[in-house]
Design a protein around this ligand. Structure first.
Ligand code: DX5
Ligand code: ZN
Length: 216
């Protein structure tokens, strides 16, 4: 079953509470929350106090994507702010195994993200211990970029490894997903789809979510 996790990076930041309420009302399964530190990626978004404040507006799962250097410094704060899933980047942490276990010890689900150029091979031994693998299908930092086609092969690789472990893994794909390519991405093995611009386009959230869900 495919789950949709809309990214609020493309929402109106002056009204984030309303945005998450609308996502819940129109059938989103989770809220994807993109945190950027201006060091790991060339952009700065928002952080812990903002997450804490929108936590009051919805019961949806908070799927927090940390695009920050050395994320272990902050995972506890994100957990306390209301994150349900915390995803860290393989490229941003020298001790991934330790940080994954730390996140799980906080009672939060743990995800690992890999940039387009990072091989699946580099995280394959962690697949049995994580709840989610995030295959980035754009170079992180900005919404509205084009899907990088070779990522299809990486999704298939993750799916193959998780099947070999007989594991029900969340396989998330993030970047450049729209109603025209969602079906092929789900067919590769993705089961959690992130979409930012495709959900908030023209401020027609209801119609856009319906379109994405019909698209596969
Ligand atoms: C990119 C972020 C994505 C982004 C997706 O750095 O991690 O979550 O907001 O946006 P779209 O769907 O517009 O590519
Ligand atoms: Zn993201």
């Amino acid at each position: 079953m495919m789950k949709l996790s809309p990214s609020i990076l493309s929402a109106d930041f002056s009204n984030l509470g309303k945005a998450v309420e609308e996502l819940e009302r129109y059938g989103a399964d989770m809220v994807h929350i993109d945190v950027m530190d201006g060091a790991f990626v060339p952009n700065i978004s928002f952080g812990i106090p903002v997450i804490k404040s929108i936590r009051k507006c919805t019961k949806l799962t908070f799927d927090v994507h940390l695009m920050i250097e050395d994320p272990a410094r902050y995972v506890e704060d994100f957990a306390l702010a209301g994150a349900d899933i915390i995803t860290i980047h393989a490229e941003a942490d020298k001790h991934l195994d330790r940080t994954v276990n730390y996140i799980k010890g906080l009672g939060v689900k743990a995800g690992i993200a890999i940039n387009p150029a990072t091989p699946v091979e580099s995280i394959k031994h962690l697949i049995p211990i994580v709840d989610m693998v995030l295959v980035m299908s754009v170079n992180p930092g900005f919404g509205g970029q084009k899907y990088i086609q070779y990522c299809n092969e990486k999704i298939k690789e993750v799916k193959k490894i998780s099947d070999a472990y007989n594991k029900s893994l969340m396989i998330q794909v993030d970047g450049g997903v729209d109603k025209n390519n969602i079906k092929e991405i789900v067919n590769c093995g993705a089961n959690v789809i992130v979409a930012g611009s495709a959900v908030f386009k023209n401020n027609e959230i209801e119609k856009n979510i319906r379109g994405l869900k019909e698209g596969f």
